[in-house]
Write a protein that binds this ligand. Structure first.
Ligand code: SF4
Length: 345
């Protein structure tokens, strides 16, 4: 049956420290995230109960958008299947990190690693309720220092899944290196700076050289065709790393290390508070990065806040164009009524 939904309402979960949600999307308006259960305790996920809740979400979505999902760019009308399985999993169930980013939304006062989810995930796979058609993401906390990280990663690589890992890049991981060599893993590292001083101001740790050395090290293992599996991210933070010089230095570094994929985002709190009033300067920086990527055959991707900002710019432009064309049409009509011949202009 055709109805409006998204791949995460249908087959996704985001496992947090004390709850499970359908997704982890940071929305531009404060609607929270679509909850599945807040009774996630003792490291055990009740899959039967979870699929029942997903069925209810699906049923609701057939009638009208769930309130958490209204206006989301992921919603689309499609002939969704009705099967119970999970194919998108986001791991967010710990908060321990080796960086201390000023924009980090992870509550560091929450338990560092309350739950081990490995057994539950094994159970899901054994029950035949996991399909490798989606994507597995590690958000965190820092995955490379999560105790069960390597076991989880091996499990998903064995299951033939695509895995995306967000890492601070401070610790080099052999498991990630093996994953990218096999073409199963994408690693996203966000240094947000091309100089030590700016890096330290953002990350509040002194690891600038480690991070860029590890980016170089991961990239070294990849042939040209799979080079985009190492993604380097730049979160634009107004007033901190948002000069043209900052961005130019970053892009020069990207070129020098032969990085083939960049990701841009806009700092979440700024974007959230200014979604209808994003500075033209920020848009210029985004365009600058996009053009650089195009010219240098580098893949270019936007993350959530930047996606919303871009969506908003598009809406504003469409509205302006529409108003302009209406206005021009009105003037034309007025002048025509006055018998002004336009061919004379
Ligand atoms: S908020 Fe968006 S991405 Fe998340 S479940 Fe709803 S529609 Fe999907």
């Amino acid at each position: 049956m055709k109805y409006k939904s998204c791949h995460l309402i249908e087959h996704g979960i985001s496992i947090n420290v004390d709850s499970i949600q359908a997704c982890c999307l940071s929305r531009e308006f404060d609607k929270g995230m679509l909850p599945i259960t807040d009774k996630y305790e003792n490291s055990s996920i009740n899959w039967d109960e979870l699929f029942e809740i997903k069925k209810r979400h699906r049923k609701h979505q057939k009638i009208q958008d769930l309130k958490f999902c209204e206006g989301c760019y992921n919603l689309r009308e499609e002939d969704w299947d009705e099967e119970d399985y999970i194919s998108f999993i986001n791991f967010d169930h710990w908060s321990h990190c080796n960086s201390n980013c000023i924009y980090c939304g992870v509550q560091k006062n929450k338990p560092r690693q309350k739950n081990n989810v490995l057994n539950s995930i094994k159970e899901l796979i054994q029950q035949g309720k996991f399909k490798n058609t989606g994507e597995i993401t590690f958000q965190g906390g820092e995955p490379t220092i999560l105790k069960e990280f390597e076991d989880l990663l091996k499990l998903f690589i064995k299951a033939g899944s695509k895995v995306r890992i967000h890492s601070s890049g401070i610790k080099f991981s052999r498991a990630i290196r093996e994953g990218i060599k096999k073409g199963a893993v994408t690693v996203v590292i966000s240094p947000d700076a091309a100089d030590c001083k700016t890096y330290k101001a953002i990350k509040r740790v002194d690891k600038f050289n480690n991070v860029w050395a590890n980016i170089k090290h991961y990239r070294r293992w990849l042939p040209k065709e799979t080079a985009p599996l190492v993604k380097v991210k730049y979160i634009i933070i107004p007033g901190i790393n948002d000069s043209f010089e900052d961005i130019t230095n970053f892009l020069n570094k990207i070129k020098k290390l032969d990085i083939k994929s960049i990701v841009t985002d806009v700092e979440y709190t700024y974007a959230n508070q200014n979604i209808n009033n994003i500075s033209p300067h920020i848009y210029m920086l985004m365009d600058y990065m996009e053009n650089f990527a195009k010219e240098n055959q580098i893949s270019y991707e936007l993350y959530d806040s930047a996606k919303y900002a871009e969506q908003n710019r598009h809406i504003e432009k469409t509205l302006k164009d529409h108003l302009n064309s209406e206005y021009i049409e009105k003037i034309r009509k007025l002048n025509q009524d006055k018998n002004i011949n336009y061919s004379n202009f």
